[in-house]
Ligand binder design. Structure first.
Ligand SMILES: C[S@@+](CC[C@H](N)C(=O)[O-])C[C@H]1O[C@@H](n2cnc3c(N)ncnc32)[C@H](O)[C@@H]1O
Length: 210
């Protein structure tokens, strides 16, 4: 039982996020994913500078987790929404983190200008379209496919990794089959921090074959 009564009404993930000063409970999902697939972090913590791309980065809690866990990461975040005060996010080092307001379906020129091609060691995507109750799974699937294509066709370096939110649907199996071809291993995993009843699930590809 939480000592602070205000904390007691929050769910586990919200409490954990508050405790670690993350700006959103989504951070706890990424922490749980990184614990479940330890090879992702261990391969990125070897001392050399690595590049991470975070799609759908607003309000910034995955940027916080990446900054906290990977000390030598250069981090590039993209979102339809602008993150106005990066410097107020605990753990984020503004000298090695840049964010861009853009639609990932129209981001090719921007990403080219950043010279990210085949240079990215970890691509994460927590993108989600605004839920309308109508065709949410399709909209989410399209975002996941875009993230997968950006990762595997354009951005990932050999041996890089991929973490991506998906709204589970009939099309999820096909995407997983594609991921199994592209990565040494590909799995679907639902962190405990995902709310009960949600169709959210995460695809994790470890070791891009290049
Ligand atoms: C669940 S939030 C991400 C939370 C974030 N991972 C964090 O930890 O703070 C989903 C984000 O996806 C973004 N998004 C949805 N469609 C997008 C698109 N086409 N291009 C870029 N971002 C998009 C939304 O603007 C929203 O901020």
């Amino acid at each position: 039982m939480a000592k602070n009564p205000r904390m007691a009404v929050l769910d586990f993930a919200s409490r954990e996020a508050k405790r670690s000063q993350y700006c959103s409970r989504a951070a706890v999902k990424l922490e749980q994913l990184l614990l479940k697939f330890p090879k992702v972090l261990s391969s990125l913590q070897k001392g050399k500078v690595v590049k991470c791309v975070d799609l759908g980065c607003h309000p910034g809690s995955w940027l916080q987790v990446l900054s906290r866990k990977i000390k030598k990461a250069e981090i590039y975040g993209f979102d339809l929404n602008e993150i106005e005060s990066l410097e107020s996010l605990k753990y984020v080092d503004v000298n090695r983190t840049r964010t861009f307001q853009c639609d990932v379906f129209e981001s090719d020129a921007l990403m080219n200008s950043l010279q990210l091609d085949k240079n990215v060691n970890l691509l994460t995507s927590d993108m989600m379209a605004k839920t309308t109750g109508h065709d949410d799974a399709t909209a989410s699937h399209e975002l996941a496919v875009r993230a997968f294509e950006l990762a595997t066709k354009d951005l990932l370096a050999k041996d890089a990794h991929f973490v991506c939110k998906i709204f589970e649907s009939e099309e999820t199996r096909a995407l997983k089959m594609e991921a199994k071809k592209a990565f040494a291993s590909a799995s679907l995993f639902r962190p405990d921090a995902v709310r009960k009843g949600s169709r959210e699930i995460y695809m994790v590809g470890v070791g891009f074959k290049g």
